[in-house]
Design a binder for this molecule. Structure first.
Ligand SMILES: C[S@@+](CC[C@H](N)C(=O)[O-])C[C@H]1O[C@@H](n2cnc3c(N)ncnc32)[C@H](O)[C@@H]1O
Length: 222
């Protein structure tokens, strides 16, 4: 296998169809509850502000698994040259409608064909947890190669052990996907193996609105 290519998950079509089905409810949830909106979560917003300040001057920023583009739009407001990609065409329809100032495309994190040293920043903001563990390792390596030296990756994801097979989500909508939970230390190991240097971590407790979760930031050194 070409070392720069990424294995495609067997359930990719099921995951895409599932997110297409939940997209309208997801957008409604963000608008009505603030869940999924960093503006309503001060510590997440602070992390994203620092990320924007650091990576904006380095180069363009790609929000991978951007959903309806909430974070992409936030970064654009802060002057970052940001764009988003998502597996779900319905999510991308919402993103284009809600944030016409940003560029959005339908694409899988596993098939982005990113050019080497082309990005100042990459986000995997609660959008990488459906990837099998070995596939995530390959995706993180592709992100690391795509970063310009000095550029950074920010990941947010669910913390825990093992996998959960989800059959409904976001208001009882039927879905078919696996949530791969990570312990922060396991994720750090993967990030380091991808060739990045960890620079910050924020842990979100289980009894908080989106916990248990973790945000990790890592930098490409050279
Ligand atoms: C929980 S939502 C988060 C969306 C967005 N990052 C946010 O914070 O609002 C997860 C998103 O990941 C996307 N996703 C799942 N697997 C993906 C893949 N292989 N490639 C690209 N996007 C993917 C889904 O379509 C969905 O929009």
């Amino acid at each position: 296998m070409d070392p720069s290519s990424v294995q495609q998950p067997a359930d990719l079509d099921l995951v895409r169809e599932s997110y297409d089905r939940v997209a309208d409810n997801y957008v409604d949830m963000v608008a009505t509850t603030g869940l999924g909106d960093i503006r309503a979560q001060p510590w997440l917003r602070a992390a994203m502000d620092v990320f924007a300040d650091v990576v904006g001057p380095v180069g363009p920023v790609l929000d991978v698994g951007c959903g309806p583009g909430t974070v992409t739009g936030y970064l654009a407001e802060r002057g970052v040259d940001g764009s988003g990609v998502d597996l779900s065409p319905r999510m991308i329809e919402h993103a284009r409608r809600l944030h016409p100032e940003c560029r959005f495309e339908v694409a899988s994190s596993t098939d982005l064909g990113l050019a080497d040293s082309s990005l100042g920043g990459v986000l995997g903001w609660w959008s990488l947890f459906n990837l099998p563990r070995d596939v995530l390792a390959q995706v993180l390596s592709s992100f690391a190669r795509a970063l310009i030296p000095g550029g950074q990756l920010i990941i947010g994801t669910h913390v825990g052990d093992g996998e959960v097979a989800r059959t409904e989500c976001y208001g009882g909508i039927p879905v078919t996907w696996t949530t791969y939970r990570w312990q922060p230390e396991q994720l750090t190991t993967l990030v380091v193996q991808a060739g990045l240097r960890p620079v910050a971590e924020l842990r979100l407790p289980a009894d908080g609105p989106i916990g248990p979760g973790v945000v990790q930031v890592a930098r490409r050194e050279s």
